[in-house]
Design a protein around this ligand. Structure first.
Ligand SMILES: NCc1[nH]cc(CCC(=O)O)c1CC(=O)O
Length: 326
């Protein structure tokens, strides 16, 4: 008998175990990346509990943000634009769990929902993608970077004020088409997304995180549930990756202290070293004219405090007007 199945029986979950007759409903967006993340979650649940694929049902939830491709994200508005509908479906019991890119998740969840299960993190770095240029250093003055990320825009302009940045939205496939059409000379995508789509080959390679510090929580998948659903909570506990949990505790506390979101020019990355955690954080002016970074180290148990203290030091160093984007 497998250890995982034994645990299920021992914790008295047998009646609540998903089955083909009563599948666990997994809510996700419909983009290829979101579907890949939902499939990864299902595969991990199948393996952990020895269940067949038919014990799970993937529910694709149409979200407003996905239909809007031609306006900057900032204009459409609001934190959690892409996740609100999925959270509503969870609260209304149309789905049992929701799978998210943690990078896109606001630091606070709606009342009644909990987001504390993380799958093992993929490569958190950004990828440099271009049909004809090797890397940032090889870009000629005036060449065009396509990105809709305020963070990537500010970071690239900070290093290379001679480059042009144009708005670049849509899923990975759409962006690659725009590059092929010559709309921009290069773009940046998360390595994690490319790996999960089996498309890492389209990247020239990862950008060193010293050169371009990734977004908070980039590369991590989170699974959200209803607070009162204890059967689901027990199942998800078997999937949780502790190392990712500690790193995101530091990074998300850092982001929360800065009142930031995935739509603000903020970067942060934590790494574990033995029983310690270190965190580097960066804030930028949206036009790239100024960037401030800071770092710190603490015991793993103090990960969230570390995030807050690195943020507090940056807040203390920022000149008036730095936070125009707040
Ligand atoms: N905001 C879009 C988004 N949200 C998560 C990812 C990639 C996957 C991840 O970071 O986990 C992406 C696309 C990208 O940045 O290339």
């Amino acid at each position: 008998m497998s250890g995982a199945i034994y645990t299920v029986i021992q914790t008295g979950m047998t009646q609540n175990t998903p089955s083909p007759a009563q599948p666990l409903r997994i809510g996700t967006r419909g983009s290829p990346l979101a579907l890949a993340q939902a499939h990864e979650t299902r595969a991990r649940l199948m393996a952990a509990f020895g269940l067949p694929e038919s014990a799970f049902a993937i529910h694709v939830i149409k979200v407003t943000g996905d239909a809007i491709q031609d306006r900057p994200l900032k204009e459409i508005g609001g934190k959690g634009l892409f996740t609100r509908e999925i959270e509503l479906a969870l609260l209304e019991r149309e789905i049992d769990i929701a799978v998210h890119s943690m990078k896109d998740m606001p630091v606070l969840q709606p009342e009644g929902l909990v987001l504390d299960t993380y799958l093992p993190r993929e490569d958190p770095r950004d990828a440099f993608v271009s049909p004809h240029v090797d890397g940032i250093a090889a870009l000629a003055p005036g060449q065009v970077v396509g990105t809709s990320s305020l963070r990537r825009r500010a970071q690239v302009l900070h290093r290379r004020p001679d480059l042009k940045v144009v708005e670049f939205r849509g899923n990975v496939q759409t962006r690659l088409k725009k590059l092929a059409d010559g709309v921009a000379d290069c773009t940046f995508l998360a390595m994690a997304g490319l790996h999960r789509l089996d498309m890492a080959h389209v990247a020239r390679g990862p950008v060193d995180d010293v050169e371009m510090l990734p977004a908070v929580a980039q590369g991590a998948i989170g699974i959200e549930r209803r607070e009162d659903d204890t059967a689901v909570a027990e199942m998800l506990a078997a999937l949780h990756d502790m190392a990712t949990g500690h790193r995101l505790a530091a990074e998300r506390a850092f982001l929360a202290e800065l009142d930031g979101s995935c739509e603000t020019p903020i970067a942060g990355l934590a790494m574990l070293e033995g029983d310690e955690i270190w965190l580097r954080g960066e804030i930028l002016r949206p036009d790239g004219s100024e960037a401030l970074s800071d770092a710190g180290r603490a015991k793993i148990a103090d990960a969230a405090d570390l995030g807050r203290s690195v943020a507090a030091r940056l807040l203390g160093r920022a000149s008036p007007g730095f936070f125009d984007w707040r």
